[in-house]
Ligand binder design. Structure first.
Ligand code: RM4
Length: 260
């Protein structure tokens, strides 16, 4: 069990990659605190997305709590960590995963679309990382922070001019936090998912031509699944990565390197 009796906090943990990270962490022995925002996803049957992920984790014999909050607001991260410590006594791992990507053209993009994307993806990552790191420092036993950056930290997207800079920022945030937090034994790394089939890009990939184009570009021949990313997050969070900090791990099926 790679995360035996660890306490893992996952932002955006009720759906998509975050849900997979929460479940994979529980499977590896962790108790999980899940942050979510506006649980309106009915694709999990009668139970809400939040109720179903909490139920799945408890069915594994691990504890789970779900705390609603918009990570774009600094107080959300503080309350998330506070309530996690109240419930489980400590924080060992933060998966700073919450993110949005409302695809939009550049020239007519409203300020609200740009600003909300920066607020959630970058400001949110900063605030939650800061809150978790202060708790880990106070505990005095180190910790691991894994941020969900993206292949989009390294390459662009014509409909993602608001989004790609935030993912580059998350990547850079982990590099600087690795330096700032190393003295406390807190490791900071990022994963860089490629095109992973989630509700974040469901509309974009509902275009058959776009989906076929992306699949054709990926040497492994398929879009990623959320658990493909979750397994890499568990590795970076675990003691197997005890000497890894300031690093980033592409989880993209070879998409990034495939020019021709
Ligand atoms: C990723 C990458 C994928 C896209 C998602 C929303 O960073 O750009 O292609 O589907 O974002």
């Amino acid at each position: 069990m790679l995360l035996e009796n660890k306490v893992v906090v996952v932002t955006g943990g009720s759906r998509g990659i975050g849900r997979a990270i929460a479940l994979a962490s529980a499977r590896e022995g962790a108790d999980v605190a899940i942050n979510y925002w506006r649980d309106n996803d009915s694709s999990y049957g009668k139970a809400s997305a939040v109720e179903s992920i909490v139920g799945e984790i408890e069915a594994l014999g691990r504890r789970a709590i779900a705390i609603e909050g918009n990570v774009a607001e600094r107080e959300t991260g503080l309350e998330l960590i506070r309530r996690t410590v109240d419930a489980f006594g400590r924080v060992d791992v933060l998966s700073s995963n919450a993110g949005i990507c409302p695809f939009h053209a550049f020239l007519d993009m409203p300020a609200s679309v740009y600003e909300s994307t920066v607020a959630v993806n970058l400001n949110g990552a900063f605030y939650v990382t800061q809150a978790a790191a202060n708790q880990m420092k106070a505990q005095g036993t180190g910790g691991a922070i894994v941020a969900t950056s993206s292949i989009s930290a390294l390459v662009g997207g014509g409909m993602q001019t608001h989004y790609t800079p935030t993912k580059a920022g998350v990547h850079s945030l982990m590099q600087s936090c690795a330096i700032a937090l190393g003295p406390y034994g807190i490791r900071c790394n990022s994963v860089m998912p490629g095109t992973i089939a989630t509700d974040l890009n469901a509309d974009d990939l509902s275009d058959a031509d776009k989906r076929a184009y992306m699949e054709k570009r990926i040497p492994l021949g398929r879009l990623g699944a959320p658990d493909d990313v979750a397994q890499c997050v568990v590795f970076l969070a675990s003691d197997r990565a005890r000497y890894v900090t300031g690093a980033s791990l592409l989880v993209d099926g070879g998409l990034f390197v495939n020019l021709q």
